[in-house]
Write a protein that binds this ligand. Structure first.
Ligand code: NAD
Length: 469
């Protein structure tokens, strides 16, 4: 009987263990380790993106009303460039890295061999459901692992598209998709994996970490947080405003893990900043943003209610200075700016993950860094400034998964930079070579010959030998 792992109704413990056996066999017979297999699987992923662009865009539109340009640039193009980079660099990444040896092991040579970990699990999130599913899969394959992908059930069209196309294009003995929600994920988490790569919120991250601990399974947790933007008063205001807008509302209408969560600026500068943001927002999304096709909708009614609750909080009443319109029927919320919200309001105490942007004010911009560091470490932090000293201070003192100076979100597209969180925003990192490393064991290998057999290392440990050492 052929098992239908992808179908929710048949995915129970028995099915899972049969699937694991098949994957272990595929990994055990060594096929995933070969250069040729890795290349063929990466090429198949590229074919999926090339041959089915329209279906992918349609699925993202169905799940999130994601604008076509965002689907193409943020999901398809980034995924393709990761595949291409991996194909281009694979030989180099797989080549053992020669390292120096100390005089104490003379004569010897040594190298670091990147070894695949085995059978790995990728659990992904709904907001960039195509990219966040396939980017870690690319890493797993590049490093020579067998892999199971569990896409998010909150983006059902993309989840079923991934199950269909990975089933059709990939080597099904070593690359599998399991669709489903909590029950299916829980069954998956009971299995023994060689690595778990999870993207999502910290509450579930803890569930994943606890399951991984049972088997001492290493894991990467790609979580979120409240990513701040500090705006100094000496900036090119319109450029700064546009770059804040595009990193916030131009990324899935704020439903992005590195979207600006709140702004800190000075009391003197805030009126100018608010005016610039309003002006540019109106240029981008018009006077009726709820009907703009360039803004994603809120993913579902649960998240809509969660965001509405943040605005219904008494502590932020009267604080909206722009936007605030919402239409539950079409799950749309307009770009909304709030000014001087109290630090103990709901909106300042959980990740917003939506189109609301509070602005806090300080007397001096230098006070911002302490405010950021007094909170959980965010996934990203941004500074807009022309002051060399302030930029240096920002990089030196602010702890976050990643930083960008005079822009927002763009660091995610730099494949030579690791992408990941720190503290509450996660652990481990990926992208480019870091993805290969995340799914590899770095095996230390020392080579010696039979020459140079120093008697000093062998007993009896005489005083003369101690002096020699
Ligand atoms: P989600 O609801 O899609 O959940 C993520 C995954 O966890 C899904 O596959 C889901 O099936 C699974 N899951 C949910 N509940 C579970 C449970 N009880 N047991 C086992 N598995 C379970 O996504 P989300 O958590 O709403 O995603 C938003 C969060 O993810 C935000 O905090 C955001 O910042 C973060 N995020 C981080 C990154 C990153 O790269 N660091 C990217 C995107 C999103």
């Amino acid at each position: 009987m052929e098992l239908e792992y992808g179908k929710k109704e048949v995915f129970d413990a028995e099915t899972a263990s049969a699937m694991m056996k098949e994957l272990r066999d595929a990994f055990g017979n060594g096929k995933t380790k070969s250069f040729e297999w890795r290349v063929s699987q990466l090429e198949s992923l590229l074919k999926i993106a090339n041959n089915h662009e329209k279906e992918i865009i349609d699925a993202l539109c169905s799940d999130l009303s994601k604008p076509e340009l965002e689907s193409f640039v943020h999901e398809i193009a980034l995924m393709k460039s990761s595949c291409k980079l991996a194909l281009q660099e694979l030989k180099h990444w797989m080549t053992p890295q020669k390292v120096k040896t100390p005089i104490t092991t003379f004569p010897s040579s040594a190298e670091i061999v990147s070894e695949p970990l085995g059978v790995v699990l990728v659990i992904s999130a709904w907001n960039y459901p195509f990219l966040l599913s396939l980017e870690p899969v690319i890493g797993a394959i590049t490093a020579g692992n067998a892999v199971v992908l569990k896409p998010s059930e909150v983006a059902p069209a993309t989840s079923s598209l991934l199950a269909k196309f990975l089933g059709e294009y990939m080597d099904s003995s070593a690359v599998k998709v399991v669709e489903g929600a909590v029950p299916e994920t829980s069954v998956l988490l009971e299995q023994k994996w060689d690595k778990i790569f999870y993207t999502g919120n910290g509450r579930v991250g803890r569930i994943v970490a606890a399951a991984a601990a049972k088997h001492l399974t290493p894991l990467v947790l790609e979580l979120g947080g409240k990513s701040p933007v500090v705006v100094d008063s000496d900036v090119n205001l319109m450029v700064a405003a546009r770059r804040i807008i595009v990193g916030k509302w131009g990324c899935n209408n704020g439903q992005a893990c590195i979207a600006p969560d709140y702004i800190i600026t000075t009391k003197d500068y805030v009126p100018k900043l608010v005016d610039a943001l309003k002006l540019e927002l109106e240029k981008f999304y018009g006077m009726d943003p709820l009907n703009s096709e360039d803004l994603s909708r809120i993913v579902n009614s649960n998240h809509f209610a969660r965001l509405k609750k943040l605005l219904d909080d008494d502590k932020v009443s009267g604080k909206i200075v722009h936007g605030g319109q919402m239409d539950e029927g079409i799950l749309k919320i307009a770009p909304t700016i709030l000014l001087d919200v109290p630090e103990d309001s709901l909106i300042m105490n959980e990740e917003i993950f939506g189109p609301l942007l509070p602005i806090l004010t300080v007397d001096k911009v230098e006070a911002s860094f302490g405010m950021i560091n007094s909170r959980d470490k965010p996934l990203a932090a941004y500074l807009f400034s022309n002051k060399k000293k302030l930029k240096e201070e920002f990089v030196k003192t602010v702890s976050a998964g990643g930083l960008a100076v005079n822009d927002t979100s763009l660091h995610v597209a730099v494949s030579t930079l690791p992408f990941g969180g720190v503290g509450e925003s996660g652990m481990g990192a990926y992208h480019g070579k870091f993805s290969f490393d995340a799914f590899s064991h770095k095996k230390a290998v020392l080579y010696r010959s039979f020459a140079g057999d120093a008697p000093a290392r062998y007993p009896p440990y005489t005083p003369a030998k101690l002096r020699f050492l």
